[in-house]
Design a protein around this ligand. Structure first.
Ligand code: OAD
Length: 252
């Protein structure tokens, strides 16, 4: 066990007396084998829909019904999918690893939580959360935001019919960036799982961590756009690579 952990110590060559702290970033690839479409693969979400229509504030202002319907369908689809071995493995890591661990996801699905991960930082928001444009409060949400007859449900807090999906659109600031950058600058190991490295700021996390002296590892189906920034890369399906890597980290 010590060997695997020391392999990722920031001060290689020196004795480390603590478990390396880890930041994990996940993207759509970790949920692909659960049956959720990725964005940039052939036939992926951005081939089926225009980004400017469904993932920009201007698109929502132009056609709220289209946008609400798009996210309602994605939210409803969550009922038909299950977490896979990669989600479960990260939950096992959280339960058994003795060092610091921060799990950051760009995914808006709830598969990390349902896989057992106790704390998940959703930097691009969550399908099962509503953001009220009137009172700016968030509420847990698991119903359509576009009701029969085009009606909009009321905010549970202020009762205004002004809910929008609590997801970060292009041009908006991802959530909890200060906390993420603080963790990246202090971590010993940064691991990126199932993300194309095409969307900033997440695509820049590897350079941030590396610049601060961390080891970096990519686990992805194929080399991502940012693959060359990682000190180590392993390619294959997340359902195999992630449990294998977690096993190595836990020495079992
Ligand atoms: P992408 O669709 O851009 O990339 C998915 C990555 O997962 C690709 O590199 C695939 O090779 C990889 N992949 C696919 N199947 C896999 C598997 N079974 N195992 C391992 N890897 C696999 O999705 P993201 O990188 O998550 O943002 O996209 C980033 C952001 O772009 C999203 O959060 C979303 C999107 O536009 C917003 O909507 C703001």
């Amino acid at each position: 066990m010590a060997c695997q952990l020391e392999q990722y110590g920031k001060h290689s060559g020196h004795m480390t007396n603590h478990s390396p702290s880890i930041v994990i970033l996940t993207g759509a690839g970790i949920s692909a084998e659960s049956g959720i479409d990725t964005f940039r693969s052939a036939g992926g979400l951005w081939e089926q829909h225009k980004v400017e229509d469904v993932a920009k504030p201007e698109g929502f202002a132009r056609d709220p019904e289209l946008v609400l319907g798009f996210y309602d369908a994605r939210r409803a689809a969550l009922a038909g999918v299950e977490p896979n071995a990669a989600h479960h493995a990260l939950a096992r890591l959280a339960a058994e690893y003795s060092g610091e661990l921060l799990l950051v996801t760009q995914n808006v699905d709830d598969l990390h939580e349902r896989g057992g991960s106790p704390q998940v930082l959703h930097m691009h928001g969550e399908l099962k959360s509503a953001l009220c444009q009137s009172c700016e409060m968030r509420s847990a949400w698991d119903a359509p935001m576009l009701e029969a007859g085009g009606r909009r449900p009321k905010c549970p807090i202020c009762a205004a019919p002004s809910l929008r999906p609590d997801v970060v659109w292009f041009g908006e600031m991802p959530y909890q960036m200060e906390r993420i950058y603080a963790a990246l600058s202090a971590c010993d190991l940064f691991v990126s799982i199932g993300t194309s490295g095409a969307v900033y700021p997440a695509a820049g996390f590897v350079q941030e961590a590396r610049g601060a002296g961390a080891a970096t590892l990519e686990l992805n189906l194929e080399p991502s756009e940012g693959s060359h920034h990682f000190a180590e890369a392993r390619h294959g399906p997340a359902s195999q690579l992630v449990p294998q890597w977690v096993g190595e980290m836990l020495g079992a």
